[in-house]
Write a protein that binds this ligand. Structure first.
Ligand code: ZN
Length: 312
């Protein structure tokens, strides 16, 4: 029997937060707002715009309030603010501009302790509390399980641990649960197994995936995730979002690369490839480097404007 693919997926744009947070070059608030506006113009309808964390720990996110104040007024766009704790959730809600809180729990104790000063179990409880806070404020929340495919400190992460965390966090009623390959060590077989396991314990809560292309497996993992039933894919324009544990590594899977692969495969993303490539070209000089994304270098296919030249 032929495999039946889903007809469409949602790409969640994470460049303004995950894409930028590990970049050394300070990016101004106006440029962040420019990036957000260009992403919306390219068709993005859900964006992780910033995180509400300690600015000493993540200086690139110090302007979270200013970014929120400058967000375009769009009823059709969902703005996500990433938060690690109650204080962050309160700050995000106080802006009045964040539609959805992004809560994060971490699959290992060592990483959870370094990232947010709590155990892995503690991070699950914190995520559940954040989801509840969002609900009380009339907003939605989603949860991400960081280091789902491997930990920079503890190495392999047991699939059963991630499945158990997903079951626990599902009790709080997030709009979706994301499996994040924070350090880019996942492979497609692992993705297939883990999504099947998580789906078996979270009922009909949608699965989102977050892949870094640190070791070149990002797009293969996206494809495996879609076949396994993931409906939402995190991606970053230009493939920004290098791994803090692998200096110089490629970043998040690139929005233009994911768009290209999926649209060519007949899966709708709602995004305009030419506008994504234009945004890459606009962003590269701001970052002072060529960005890791592939399709922006080659162009899409077919490319009518190139044919004459190539045939000549
Ligand atoms: Zn990430």
């Amino acid at each position: 029997m032929a495999t039946v693919y889903t007809k469409s997926v949602e790409i969640v744009e994470v460049s303004p937060r995950d894409g930028l947070q590990n970049e050394k070059v300070p990016v101004g608030t106006d440029d962040k707002l420019g990036l957000i506006a260009k992403a919306i113009d390219a068709g993005v309808r859900r964006i992780e715009v910033t995180s509400f964390v300690n600015p000493r720990a993540v200086p690139q996110m110090a302007d979270a309030d200013a970014v929120c104040a400058g967000l375009p007024d769009r009823d059709d766009v969902t703005y996500i603010g990433l938060v690690m704790n109650q204080r962050g959730a309160d700050r995000a809600l106080a802006t009045g501009r964040i539609d959805q809180l992004g809560a994060v729990c971490v699959a290992t104790d060592t990483f959870a302790m370094r990232n947010q000063g709590q155990t892995s179990d503690g991070s699950v409880e914190a995520a559940k509390a954040i989801i509840e806070t969002a609900r009380e404020a009339g907003k939605t929340a989603q949860a991400t399980i960081a280091a789902s495919f491997g930990c920079p400190f503890e190495g392999e992460v047991a699939e059963g641990r991630v499945i158990e965390m997903a079951r626990a966090v599902a009790e709080a009623g997030p709009v979706e649960i994301a499996l994040a390959d924070t350090i880019g060590v996942g492979n497609p077989a692992h993705v297939t197994r883990l999504i099947a396991g998580v789906k078996s314990v979270v009922g009909d809560i949608p699965i989102r995936v977050h892949f870094h292309n640190t070791r070149g497996t990002g797009l293969a993992n996206v494809w495996a995730a879609i076949l396994a039933g993931a409906s939402n894919i995190d991606a970053s324009i230009g493939g920004l979002g290098g791994c803090p544990f692998a200096p110089g590594a490629a970043g998040n899977v690139a929005t233009e690369d994911v768009q290209y692969m999926l649209e060519r495969a007949g899966i709708e993303t709602g995004l305009d490839l030419a506008k994504l490539i234009e945004t890459n070209a606009w962003l590269a000089p701001i970052m002072g480097k060529q960005l890791p994304a592939m399709v922006a270098k080659s162009g899409g296919f077919p490319a009518p404007h190139n044919q004459e030249k190539e045939l000549a």
